[in-house]
Design a protein around this ligand. Structure first.
Ligand code: GLY
Ligand code: MN
Ligand code: MN
Length: 443
């Protein structure tokens, strides 16, 4: 398996070099210094906040422990990795890197953060990308985080290499193990917190390693899109679970959501209808498709479900047109996925960062680009009973088009979201999530 990664990584580096050479040339730089980052310290304390490495660094270097490391890039020269390995007895210094990727780098060990300066001193017209620290001002960089260079590099990041897609397959396998364990814990009557612990155990992730904070919502908490708490005790009655939880492999994320009903009831039927919608939308992830059209199609399909399940009385086209569908589905149908969960340049239509606007009335859509082979996107339609949005609808022109008795009966379930990660290819879309879940469930 690691022979496969090694081969794919070779090509990944070749692609990144070609892209970076073009970006540097277009923006008038000769070289690039990427700083992995420095853990920020808590106010008046000696504890750092959790460290999140610079994604530009992660694109090249799949190092888990990389604070104070640098990647130095010069066209046609060997890649240079400045590896920070302090002499320390308070904390365990990171081990020297090993694995499928290291042969591509000249690795220089630095013992102090300031030791990097000597390696950067001779760089001609060098662009810096990373979190700027005060001392770097005197280090002779030509520019800090030049927007034109970042826009150029971000635009290209949407097209994943085969290596990146393989990393995301593996992240999906890891996340799938967590989701299977989480469903089991839910069915056994666990609290949100216990489900969270089961998820961590099954993925073998620490909380800090998760690509985003787990969303583990029982009952009406599922109506909060980014629900952030974990109740320590199970609710007196268990109706539903919405779990949106990811995992990582070599810096790449998966982003998976599942919703379960405790019983074979009305809500279970609604979940099943939403699953059919979700799979139809996944099938649309094809080269040449405008992602905004998938989002608008999601609204039409969800409006149809709402009507067929007696929640609204309006025909689907009018429900979308009037904004009624947004009362129940108030977020975008998905986003680019990669090194960042909400990956970069979802609205960019060229390397200059020109943005393609969202369709009017859809302010939260994160991706408006036309899909290309190599894009990995999430498809995550939702249907929620959100008190604040329902209160507005009750006071607005929509009120008579909603069956309020039906809504009141379903509110205790919170809502539904079903989210898969899908790779756009030259032909059929590849769903990274479903095979991983099937495999984890069978294990
Ligand atoms: N987990 C955040 C999202 O689905 O976008
Ligand atoms: Mn998502
Ligand atoms: Mn998600």
């Amino acid at each position: 398996m690691s022979a496969l990664l090694a081969a794919l990584y070779d090509d990944h580096i070749r692609v990144q070099r070609t892209r970076t050479d073009a970006a540097l040339q277009a923006c008038g730089f000769d070289s690039l210094a990427i700083f992995a980052g420095r853990p920020p310290m808590q106010f008046l304390d000696d504890r750092p906040y959790p460290f999140a490495p610079n994604p530009h660094f992660k694109l090249w270097v799949p190092l888990e422990t990389c604070a104070e490391c640098w990647l130095i890039y010069r066209p046609q020269a060997p890649l240079q990795l400045l590896f920070f390995q302090p002499i320390d007895y308070w904390y365990k210094p990171p081990a020297l890197p090993s694995g499928y990727w290291t042969k591509h780098f000249d690795i220089e060990v630095i013992r102090e953060p300031g030791d990097a300066r000597a390696f950067l001193a001779g760089m001609k017209h060098c662009a810096f990308i990373g979190e700027r620290q005060p001392e770097f001002d005197a280090w002779g960089f030509a520019a800090f985080n030049p927007q034109a260079l970042i826009d150029h590099l971000h635009f290209d990041r949407a097209r994943k290499t085969s290596y990146e897609v393989e990393c995301m397959r593996r992240a999906a396998q890891r996340g799938a193990r967590g989701h299977v364990a989480a469903e089991r814990a839910f069915r056994a009557g666990a609290s949100e917190f216990q489900i969270h612990l089961e998820y961590l155990r099954a993925t073998q992730h620490t909380e800090a390693e998760l690509p985003y904070d787990n969303i583990i919502a029982l009952n009406e908490n599922a109506a909060v899109l980014h629900y952030q708490y974990q109740e320590r005790t199970p609710p007196p009655q268990r109706f539903s679970l919405l779990i949106d939880a990811g995992a990582a492999f070599a810096g790449y994320a998966c982003d998976i959501t599942r919703t379960y009903s405790a019983e074979q009831d009305d809500f279970a039927a609604l979940i099943s209808a939403m699953d059919t919608v979700q799979q139809a939308l996944c099938a649309k992830v094809r080269a040449g498709v405008d992602y905004a059209d998938i989002h608008l199609d999601a609204h039409h399909r969800i409006a149809t479900v709402l009507r067929e399940h007696g929640i609204i009385r309006m025909d689907p086209a009018s429900a979308v047109e009037s904004g009624l569908s947004s009362v129940f589905f108030p977020h975008g149908v998905g986003h680019l996925l990669g090194l960042q969960v909400h990956d970069v340049a979802g609205l960019a239509i060229d390397r200059k960062g020109t943005q393609k606007p969202r369709p009017p009335g859809h302010p939260y859509l994160r991706l408006t680009r036309t899909l290309e082979p190599g894009f990995v996107v999430t498809i995550e339609p939702g249907l929620y009973f959100i008190e604040t949005l329902l209160a507005q609808a009750r006071a607005a022109k929509h009120a008579s088009s909603i069956d309020w008795q039906r809504v009141d009966a379903l509110k205790r379930f919170g809502g539904i979201r079903i989210e898969d990660d899908v790779a756009c290819t030259e032909s059929e879309p590849e769903n990274l999530t479903r095979p991983a879940l099937a495999q984890a469930a069978a294990a």
